[in-house]
Design a protein around this ligand. Structure first.
Ligand SMILES: Cc1cc2nc3c(=O)[nH]c(=O)nc-3n(C[C@H](O)[C@H](O)[C@H](O)COP(=O)(O)O)c2cc1C
Length: 205
């Protein structure tokens, strides 16, 4: 099997990347278990430091547990019908030679989360990451042993058709302000030659 992305698939992949948004308005319809499993499974293919598996993914579908998670998560603005809690097993991380100060474990949480958000979007689900929560309370709620720390929650659900607008882009924070070519100095040519500086997205991120 050829594992490379066919050139003809590139548009679909890029469209998924460009149209993914954090979805916070969700219906009460439960997410099918197979879809939750597919979202979790996508993290398997996320890049990770040293190709080490030091994470634990806790899929949560029990409404009582979801309510509990929400109670300890001030940043969980949505009411998800499923969630995946990405945890780091810090004992395992240490055994693999990652000191707690090593950025790899946290970067890997990000790559896994980004991959799962895209997978959820591809499946037609609404998804959003949450880091504003009490890790200790979430660990207690989910019965996690001490070295396993919840780091990020990917909320899942079915999107309602009308979504809240994305957070405003502040002045100086446009895409063209944060892209450089070859050197760190600002130029007017932020985008690749021949490309628009702003990607063709339905809302300005
Ligand atoms: C590390 C990280 C933590 C985040 N934490 C939260 C959070 O606690 N609550 C929330 O509603 N959104 C959270 N977000 C979502 C961001 O607000 C969102 O990605 C950003 O506003 C851009 O919107 P977009 O992803 O729809 O383009 C987080 C995103 C990241 C990458």
């Amino acid at each position: 099997m050829n594992d490379t992305v066919a050139r003809t698939d590139a548009d679909a992949v890029l469209r998924a990347i460009r149209t993914r948004r954090v979805v916070r308005a969700l219906t009460a319809e439960p997410v099918a278990r197979a879809d939750v499993a597919a979202v979790v499974e996508s993290a398997r293919f996320a890049p990770r430091a040293g190709n080490r598996r030091i994470h634990l993914y806790v899929a949560v579908t029990d409404p009582a547990l979801l309510r509990g998670l929400r109670m300890v998560s001030p940043g969980m603005l949505q009411v998800p019908t499923a969630a995946v809690v990405i945890c780091v097993d810090w004992d395992r991380a240490r055994r693999y030679g990652f000191a707690p100060t090593h950025p790899g474990a946290h970067v890997d949480v990000g790559t896994a989360a980004a991959t799962m958000l895209l997978a959820a979007h591809a499946l037609g689900l609404g998804a959003g990451p949450v880091t504003s929560f009490s890790s200790t309370a979430a660990a207690t709620l989910l019965g996690l042993p001490e070295p396993v720390r919840p780091e990020l929650i990917v909320c899942l659900g079915h999107p309602v058709s009308a979504q809240t607008p994305p957070l405003r882009v502040r002045p100086g924070n446009a895409w063209a302000d944060v892209v450089r070519w070859d050197r760190g100095a600002a130029t007017h040519e932020a985008a690749a030659p021949g490309q628009a500086a702003q990607g063709p997205r339905h809302a300005q991120p």
